[in-house]
Design a protein around this ligand. Structure first.
Ligand SMILES: Cc1ncc(COP(=O)(O)O)c(C=O)c1O
Length: 376
């Protein structure tokens, strides 16, 4: 028998639409690059398997990979060692153990809304209470201190932040990162920062909470940066003593991260390649095209997102985002309704430009036609 708490946590509203799509549908709903990992990285995984690297490894992750991640993440200005790194089964597992390992029953966790669909369920799995804080379109979907302060109570244990953000594509500027970090420090609030889109920043460099925050867990991943969402490798950065404790929880949950793909990721990190750079350049072009098309569609309003690979236009058509997404799906294009990301996402659609220019063009043509008909 399934307990009530778990039974009440429903699968998110994007999945429902995904299941209705077929192979002819143009997929502007997906949260993953349409690229494949570099072929020599795939070969490295293959080689690792042929060399017998198919067994359980350290639950902390491969030592050389932890060292490489520590070196890479130290670029934000806080010197890190392998002891600050845990290799996880994607950022999804990282989020789960970060919350399960820190939240006590009834603790409140501030979650961005609109925000990634996994945040609030994970708080509930950890027996905590998700408290949504609103990200406002007028402020570029960047968290505001006044809003956080309004939601804060004696039970506020943690704050989840996400930069660059899903679904909005917003990037939190360094000044705001510093302010949020100061606010969290003042009130003894743990910051859980999801930075899985750190490579997908279209103007300047990624800014990390690592530089400004003390009581911090960063979750990150190779899923998006190396286009390997199915390989399931991510990582967590935190104080060494926290990593040791959370590693035990992680060990009981997954035993260890997958061994052969960690060798592939290590190889990918060490080799010099333009793979990520080229993918980001390609995405920038697609983003610009999508934004320019959306701005020409009556009833749609769209800013230029600074990161990730989503645009999050609002619309003033007399229809819910779910019904609009269903209409679009009937016409052959899959999008994600804004309401799937929380009530604050209503009257928006999330469109992913992690698809070919040709498909984006066709998808935009359909959106233009459908919204034109709705506007008549
Ligand atoms: C904000 C955010 N965090 C985490 C994840 C999950 O990443 P992973 O594949 O590493 O579990 C996603 C995937 O869409 C995401 O958008």
């Amino acid at each position: 028998m399934i307990n009530k708490r778990i039974e009440e946590i429903k699968l998110h509203g994007i999945r429902e639409l995904f299941e209705m799509a077929d192979e002819t549908t143009i997929n502007l709903g997906q949260g993953q690059p349409d690229f494949q990992p570099p072929s020599d990285v795939i070969e490295e995984v293959h080689r690792a398997m042929l060399q017998g690297k198919n067994r359980y490894g350290s639950h902390f992750g491969l030592m050389e990979l932890r060292e490489e991640i520590a070196r890479d993440q130290s670029r934000y200005g806080t010197p890190l060692t392998f002891e600050n790194v845990l290799v996880t089964v994607g950022a999804t597992e990282g989020l789960k153990i970060a919350l399960e390992g820190t939240v006590d029953k009834g603790d409140e966790v501030l979650c961005p809304e609109p925000g990634f669909v996994v945040f609030q369920p994970h708080v509930r799995f950890a027996r905590g209470k998700p408290i949504p804080y609103t990200l406002r379109k007028d402020n570029g979907f960047v968290p505001e201190i006044e809003e956080l302060e309004e939601r804060r109570t004696d039970r506020t244990k943690a704050l989840i932040v996400n930069t660059p953000a899903n679904p909005t594509g917003a990037v939190i500027p360094e000044k705001r990162i510093r302010e949020i970090s100061g606010w969290a420090r003042e009130h003894g609030i743990l910051v859980i920062s999801d930075e899985v889109y750190d490579r997908f920043v279209y103007h300047g460099e990624h800014r990390s909470f690592l530089k400004h925050c003390d009581d911090l867990v960063v979750v990150n991943s190779f899923s998006k940066s190396y286009a390997m969402t199915g390989w399931r490798v991510g990582f967590m950065i935190a104080r060494a003593d926290w990593i040791r404790t959370l590693a035990t929880l992680h060990s009981y949950t997954v035993a260890c991260p997958p061994t052969p793909v960690q060798h592939g990721v290590l190889y990918a990190m060490r080799r010099k390649s333009d793979f990520v750079h080229n993918m980001v350049n390609e995405f920038r072009e697609r983003r610009d095209y999508m934004v320019s098309r959306l701005r020409q569609i009556t009833g749609f309003h769209c800013g230029t997102p600074k990161g990730a690979f989503y645009v999050f236009p609002s619309f003033d058509l007399d229809i819910t985002s779910r019904d609009l997404a269903l209409e679009l799906l009937k016409e052959g294009v899959l999008t994600a309704p804004g309401s799937a990301f929380g009530a604050a996402g209503e009257s928006h659609l999330r469109l992913s430009y992690a698809n070919s220019m040709d498909n984006i063009r066709k998808g935009m043509d359909i959106l233009e036609r459908v919204s034109g008909e709705l506007f008549e």
